[in-house]
Design a protein around this ligand. Structure first.
Ligand code: ADP
Ligand code: CDP
Length: 218
């Protein structure tokens, strides 16, 4: 990245358990960039409200929690809990919560040498000028199977049917909200990982990033 004049942003969006976090972490390591899982910021707000016994749907209260959130203090091991994803998608419908978090996410992306950000609105709202945008997806059934295995391997309890229902409900809420709904940016490259293992998906994603960066330097 030596000599780069402005930070490089790689925007990765997609629905729950599509594999965007796994890809983002590996791409960040590969290209020497920082990484922000923006889902953790919405999860962080939801967890703060739950811990204080506060409602998830009061915009004044949730905005305050969003403004107070410290990106440096997000503990993935705690926030990854399945139920917090559902709560996060409820706080994520509120425009003032989004505004507060998007501002912090933009600041993160603006620091050199740049960053890989993953979430639902990175290519459309947080980094609309990113030169590299990926929309990672997979069928709801494949994503539910991945999330189910993840929960069980972490010692949690769930059934595949429950997880599939949760995934579909969250998809509907994320795609149906008025503010920054989940959708591919018009210039995003679609990567359907339904039939790909992690390594294959990473190699595809890396090849796409390399090509996009080379094209951008022409
Ligand atoms: N292509 C893939 N094939 C199989 N499992 C995958 C694949 N991509 C990710 N996973 C697994 O699926 C789960 C969800 O992946 P993650 O990257 O956390 O998704 P997201 O960030 O989109 O919610 C993790 O346990 C991860 O190891
Ligand atoms: N940029 C983002 C990231 C997450 N979110 C919300 O936060 C929830 C949790 O996101 P996440 O990325 O941690 O969820 P998973 O895909 O890991 O299951 C999502 O269901 C969205 O409602 C969002 O609205 N915008």
């Amino acid at each position: 990245m030596a000599g780069a004049e402005k930070p490089l942003a790689i925007a990765i969006d997609g629905p729950a358990a599509s594999g965007k976090g796994t890809l983002s972490r590996r791409l960040a390591a590969e290209f020497g960039l920082r990484h922000l899982d923006t889902g953790l910021t919405y999860r962080g707000v939801a967890k703060a409200l739950i811990d204080q016994g506060l409602p998830l749907d009061d915009e004044d209260i949730a905005e305050k929690a969003a403004l107070e959130l410290d990106l440096g203090g997000l503990d993935r091991t705690v926030l990854a809990e399945h139920g917090i994803g559902e709560a996060a998608s409820r706080v994520a419908v509120m425009p003032r919560v989004r505004r507060a978090l998007v501002e912090k996410q933009k600041q993160f992306a603006a620091a050199m040498p740049g960053a890989v950000l993953d979430g639902r609105d990175i290519g459309t709202v947080v980094c609309p000028d990113a030169p590299v945008k990926l929309y990672v997806t997979a069928s709801a059934e494949v994503r539910a199977e991945r999330r189910f295995r993840e929960i069980v391997s972490n010692g949690g309890e769930a059934t595949y049917e429950q997880v599939l229902e949760d995934v579909k409900r969250r998809d509907a809420r994320d795609m149906g909200r008025a503010d920054s709904p989940l959708r591919p940016a018009p210039d995003a490259h679609l990567l359907d990982t339904s039939e790909m293992d992690i390594e294959t998906a990473f190699l595809e994603a890396r090849a796409f990033v390399e090509k996009a960066l080379a094209d951008g330097n022409d």
